[in-house]
Structure formats: C-alpha cells, structure tokens
Write a protein that binds this ligand. Structure first.
Ligand SMILES: Cc1ncc(COP(=O)(O)O)c(C=O)c1O
Ligand SMILES: [Mg+2]
Length: 255
C-alpha cells in the first residue's frame, strides 16, 4: 500500500463507501431470519399476499405483529439478527476503511432497530445509516415506517430509493465542503441496481457474485438504455473489495 493513503484528503481526496446491509454486510436477510421464528401455519394467506417486489414494509409490519402475538419479544428478535454472521472479510474491509480517509454509509431496506443493534453488537462503526425507521412500542411490538414514499423510480421499492439517498448524501457532503475522490457501492440485490446507475465513471459498483445485482448489471452491459458509467467489480468476500479499493487508491496516489 502506498504511504500517501493516510494523507489522502490532501492528495487524492476522501473515499465514500456505501454498503447495503442484508446479504452484503451480513450473510443473510435480517427480515426473513426473524420471520422464520414463526411456524409457516402462523402466517395467514392474506399476510403472505402483502409481500410485493416493489415493497415489503407493509408485509414486515404484519409479520412483526404476528411475532408479538406469538410472544416473540425484543430479545428473541434481536438475538436472531445478531446470530447472522458477518459476510466473510467484511470485518477486515470495514476496519481497513476506518484506517484510511473514508466515509462509510449503509443504505438498506431492512430497519433501523436491526441494523443499529447489529452494528453496535459487532463493534462496527459507520458514519450514517439510511433505512426504514423502526422502534419497539410500549407493549414490545416492533413497529416499522417507510423511509419515504416515492413515485419517481420504478427500479426501487416504493418506500426506499437507494439511488436518490446516495445522490442526496453526496450533494449534502458537497455543500459541507467534502468532495469524494470516488464512490464504492457494495451490494447484492435488485434494489442496489438504481444506486449503481447513479455512479460516475470514476466510481465502482461491487455486485456480490451469484446474487441478483450481478445478473442485472451483466444484462445492463448490453443495454445502452441504462447507461451504467461506473466500473463493475464482482466480489465474493470483503477482502476482494478491500484489495480492489487498495489498488485504486494506490493508482490514484501515483498520479
Ligand atoms: C423482506 C426483505 N427485507 C429486506 C430486503 C433487502 O434489504 P437490503 O436492502 O438490506 O438488502 C429484502 C430483499 O429482497 C427483503 O425481501
Ligand atoms: Mg441486500
């Protein structure tokens, strides 16, 4: 690693690393892991039908209610999420990012209770988390709200457009006087496609190998319509991402 990385803000500028949560930072899906505490016959057909590819907040709200009715409390839900392992190499990647001049944000369609508890419990420090706000009410039922209600992006769920959040964050930091040398977006799912398209030609999108973002980006390569500008670097472990970022930083330092 070249020794100018520590002084990056004065040399090549700060790096923004934007992470998805489910199947990216953690090796599983926090919502479905908690839902699966319930025996299948406890989820009625009308609740099952609430699950839609354009948004699952309404479905998860009902699932959390059923969990509460079946006496699954805060401790059980949080234990289930904490038991999902970090994806291989993520700890190393996140710690390394903290040692260079970078900002780390998480943009996820899970919820604030699961993500904040998991990050605190794993000793992972990030700068911002953007997700659906949630809290346990007085009777111990987890209540979840939509992050926003959007109608401008058909690539995203109705309650959370990750591309919009990413763009607003970058613009907000620019207004604060912080310009990123480049952006790394690390994700796995269909909902990570919109933010990947928002990246510029100096940026990198990291789709997890074998997951739907990788497939969507592969199709996009042959479709001019989407106009993907960023480089694509498929990853299997956090170490793969770290090595690619290290390489990019080294190259920038040499310029
Ligand atoms: C129920 C549910 N929760 C969460 C997610 C994805 O969350 P994230 O944005 O953290 O990957 C999905 C993805 O399909 C989902 O179906
Ligand atoms: Mg994901």
């Amino acid at each position: 690693m070249c020794n100018c990385i520590k002084r990056m803000s004065k040399t090549v500028g700060r790096l923004l690393a934007a992470f998805d949560f489910d199947h990216t930072i953690i090796d599983g899906n926090s919502d479905t892991k908690v839902r699966d505490l319930l025996p299948v016959d406890k989820i009625p057909e009308e609740v099952r039908r609430l699950y839609r590819s354009d948004g699952w907040t309404v479905y998860m709200r009902s699932i959390f209610k059923i969990l509460h009715q079946n006496n699954f409390g805060k401790e059980e839900l949080l234990r289930e999420v904490r038991n999902i392992p970090l994806t291989s190499g993520m700890d190393e990647l996140l710690k390394w990012l903290r040692s260079v001049d970078s900002e780390i944000i998480v943009i996820s369609d899970s919820n604030s209770v699961f993500i904040n508890d998991y990050l605190i419990n794993s000793g992972i420090e990030v700068d911002r988390v953007f997700t659906n706000p949630a809290e346990f009410n007085e009777s111990g039922c987890l209540e979840i709200e939509m992050y926003h209600l959007q109608d401008w992006c058909s690539l995203s769920t109705k309650n959370l457009c990750k591309g919009h959040i990413l763009e607003k964050y970058i613009q907000g930091r620019k207004n604060d006087g912080v310009e990123f040398s480049f952006v790394a977006y690390i994700g796995d799912g269909t909902n990570d496609f919109c933010p990947s398209l928002k990246l510029g030609e100096n940026d990198i999108t990291f789709p997890r190998v074998g997951y739907s973002l990788e497939k969507k980006l592969a199709v996009t390569k042959s479709k001019e319509a989407y106009m993907l500008k960023a480089s694509v670097f498929p990853w299997r472990t956090g170490t793969d991402v770290k090595e690619a970022l290290q390489q990019r930083l080294d190259n920038l330092c040499k310029l």
